[in-house]
Design a protein around this ligand. Structure first.
Ligand SMILES: C=C(O[C@H]1C=CC=C(C(=O)O)[C@@H]1O)C(=O)O
Ligand SMILES: [Mg+2]
Length: 461
């Protein structure tokens, strides 16, 4: 059951070819149809057949998936990346022919992408395939929303194109995407694990604490890297499959760029926008899970009352509150955090809700929020300077905004933590923690160890 008929697709494509001819330039067209139940992971796996980069997004607390295949259009930006990305996206929407009879978030024209943590840093070789800001409008997107399934096809049409040929090409690709096998690939296992300079990292934590105790900063988030060698090439589908089944309350994502893949299961929402309603999350302050219910409850109670973790958390709440006041009305923030339980650890969590003022977009919010003190620090510039000078790694997209937007102003961005860059049979994993005045380097080191666990376990470690 495919709702728009082949003839409609062809006539829409014909309209696009005519537009391209009369404007004497390429025309982008986006067509959404409702389709039968389709398994997002199998769809993602079949997309390998087409040899195009894939994009995956789901929120494990909701029935919402976006699976993108290929790129019909790319939005890149280096300088003023928030404004530039927004400008290009708006221009694209203005020029595009969008056929979408559904009002469902994640349908119509959708762009998916992400950014680097710090665009002022010269990219290392590791992240060479990932731009400082890189969004794609995939050629094909499967959207799953509240039990309904949609397929959107985005095409750049040239003056010389023939609508029948284009329609046949689309049909052929869709058949490949839908003809998935019933078994998903198994995961490779870890061959070796190399922690990059852990002692040096603890020394940096010590220096950050000294800086804070000299009143030169209040909080600095420091990250470290673990390099993994696998016995075989990693299966991204297997990684996503395991994340979805094991990491509740998380955003599970994958962004491929020319064979390299940035994946993760982040519990941290940066912002969600739906019908002008904003949702953001303050997530900072960490403890392990207990082995028994009783032990777990004890750890939670201690975490809620622990001064060091509360201060890590409160920096984030204050900053997000101030940022929201610039662009929003009806801001609601509870007085005290609650526990956000995850498989391997638990966090302090404060949700923030607000209404976006007219004339502002999700980009204004992301620009204002990134990096929150959950990933940067307080004051922002001081902590970023320390990170730039002292941290011995290129964060790339780790800790940065990643997400999606649709042509109806809906969208959601997460902070890319609990993540790693997979390159064939190798991977770089990243984890960080908030250093405040009473941080102990050894304890912070152990905290990062539990933050590595989700990535390590989906890589067969
Ligand atoms: C920087 C990370 O976590 C942040 C988010 C939640 C809790 C954090 C903490 O307690 O230190 C961190 O600020 C990471 O997972 O790499
Ligand atoms: Mg912490």
């Amino acid at each position: 059951m495919i709702e728009i008929k082949e003839e409609l697709i062809e006539s829409l494509l014909e309209e696009a070819v005519d537009q391209a001819k009369s404007n004497n330039k390429t025309q982008i067209i986006s067509m959404t149809k409702e389709i039968n139940e389709t398994n997002p992971l199998r769809f993602f796996e079949s997309a390998k057949e087409l040899g195009m980069d894939r994009t995956f997004w789901t929120s494990t607390s909701e029935q919402f998936y976006l699976v993108g295949v290929g790129s019909a259009f790319h939005i890149g930006a280096n300088e003023y990346r928030f404004q530039n990305t927004e400008k290009q996206w708006e221009k694209l929407l203005e020029d595009a022919i969008i056929h979408n009879p559904y009002k469902v978030p994640g349908t119509g024209m959708v762009t998916m992408g992400g950014m680097s943590f710090d665009p002022s840093i010269r990219k290392s070789d590791l992240w060479k395939k990932f731009g400082h800001s890189s969004f794609t409008i995939p050629k094909f997107i499967l959207t799953v929303n509240e039990g309904k399934y949609f397929m959107t096809t985005n095409v750049q049409v040239n003056q010389a194109d023939h609508s029948r040929q284009l329609a046949n090409g689309i049909k052929h690709a869709e058949e490949t995407l839908m003809s998935y096998s019933t078994t998903l690939p198994a995961q490779a296992r870890i061959h070796s694990k190399n922690e990059i300079a852990p002692q040096q990292w603890m020394d940096t934590v010590e220096r950050a604490t000294e800086k804070i105790n000299q009143d030169e900063a209040e909080k600095i988030v420091l990250a470290r890297e673990v390099r993994i060698k696998l016995k075989d090439d990693a299966s991204i589908t297997a990684v996503l499959d395991q994340f979805i089944t094991s990491q509740s309350n998380s955003f599970v994502f994958a962004f491929e760029r020319d064979g390299d893949c940035f994946v993760g299961a982040s519990p941290e929402r940066l912002v969600k926008l739906k019908n002008q309603q904003l949702l953001s999350t303050c997530l900072a302050g960490t403890a392990p899970r207990g082995m028994t219910k009783e032990e777990d409850r004890k750890i939670s109670n201690n975490l809620l009352q622990d001064g060091k973790n509360r201060s890590e958390h409160d920096f984030v709440v204050n900053m997000i509150k101030n940022a929201m006041e610039l662009y929003c009305t009806s801001i609601q923030i509870p007085e005290d955090p609650v526990i956000y339980p995850l498989k391997n650890l638990q966090h302090l969590y404060t949700p923030v809700t607000a209404t976006l003022k007219k004339g502002y977009s999700i980009f204004d919010i992301i620009k204002q929020l990134h990096p929150t003190p959950a990933l940067g620090g307080v004051p922002r510039e001081e902590s970023l300077k320390f990170i730039r000078e002292q941290e011995q790694l290129d964060r790339g997209w780790y800790g940065a905004p990643i997400g999606w937007l649709d042509s109806n102003q809906n969208g959601e961005f997460a902070v890319a933590i609990r993540s790693g860059l997979i390159q064939g049979d190798e991977a770089s994993l990243f984890a960080g923690c908030g250093v405040v005045k009473d941080s102990d380097p050894q304890a912070e080191y152990e905290e990062t160890n539990i933050k590595f666990l989700p990535m390590l376990s989906v890589l067969g470690g």
